[in-house]
Design a protein around this ligand. Structure first.
Ligand SMILES: Cc1cc2nc3c(=O)[nH]c(=O)nc-3n(C[C@H](O)[C@H](O)[C@H](O)COP(=O)(O)O)c2cc1C
Length: 183
């Protein structure tokens, strides 16, 4: 199963368009599970409740469903527009929901995280109005999580930039980005 995490907000999203081009190339005959995350930020009572359950390793509550699905996926595709040097907050809320000790990762005695996810590859698709002059807060953050927490060895970025620059030929930029998809 390919888990397609669609965090695009605008109905005519260019990021979603590019992600769909990636999906066409990778899907083969695999099932695609597309989700549009709507997780709320963790508040104190939710955090207390969740911590109590995960300390008992009782993952039966539906609040753990996102983490279970993420850890079981064969491959993961994230579509996220470049917002404020990063990505929409709904993706951060989703990450808070899936980072569960005992499901997506665990800690080794020396404090190092060990990934518990099955996926061998995570592909991150983004588009930006200007240039992505620093990847650290968007793709870089997801790549670090994938490699260091989830144990996903291959992490790829597919992007299109400069879409909102005055005079930009949006169709050409997107078509070039599609041609340059390297997986
Ligand atoms: C809330 C918001 C924040 C944005 N922040 C940035 C930014 O920091 N840098 C940038 O180059 N473009 C920024 N943009 C422009 C988007 O990255 C660009 O329009 C992108 O293609 C939107 O993707 P979409 O068509 O999938 O919605 C922002 C757009 C929005 C709506």
């Amino acid at each position: 199963m390919i888990l397609f995490i669609n965090t695009c907000v605008r109905p005519a999203s260019r990021t979603l368009w590019l992600a769909q081009r990636v999906l066409e190339r990778i899907k083969g005959d695999r099932e695609i599970l597309e989700i549009k995350p709507d997780n709320t930020p963790l508040d104190y009572s939710m955090l207390e409740y969740r911590t109590k359950l995960s300390e008992r390793e009782d993952f039966s509550d539906p609040l753990f469903n996102d983490a279970k699905i993420f850890s079981e996926a064969e491959e993961i595709l994230i579509a996220a527009p470049f917002w404020d040097l990063s990505f929409p907050a709904i993706l951060k809320n989703y990450i808070e929901a899936i980072n569960i000790v005992g499901l997506t990762f665990k800690y080794l005695p020396d404090g190092q995280p060990l990934g518990l996810c099955k996926a061998k590859r995570l592909i991150y698709v983004t588009t930006a109005g200007g240039k992505i002059f620093n990847e650290a807060y968007g793709y870089g953050y997801i790549k670090d999580l994938a490699e260091n927490f989830y144990g996903i060895p291959i992490v790829k970025l597919i992007k299109a930039e400069g879409l909102d620059i005055i005079g930009a030929n949006v169709t050409e930029i997107l078509n070039d980005a599609e041609k340059n998809i390297a997986l």
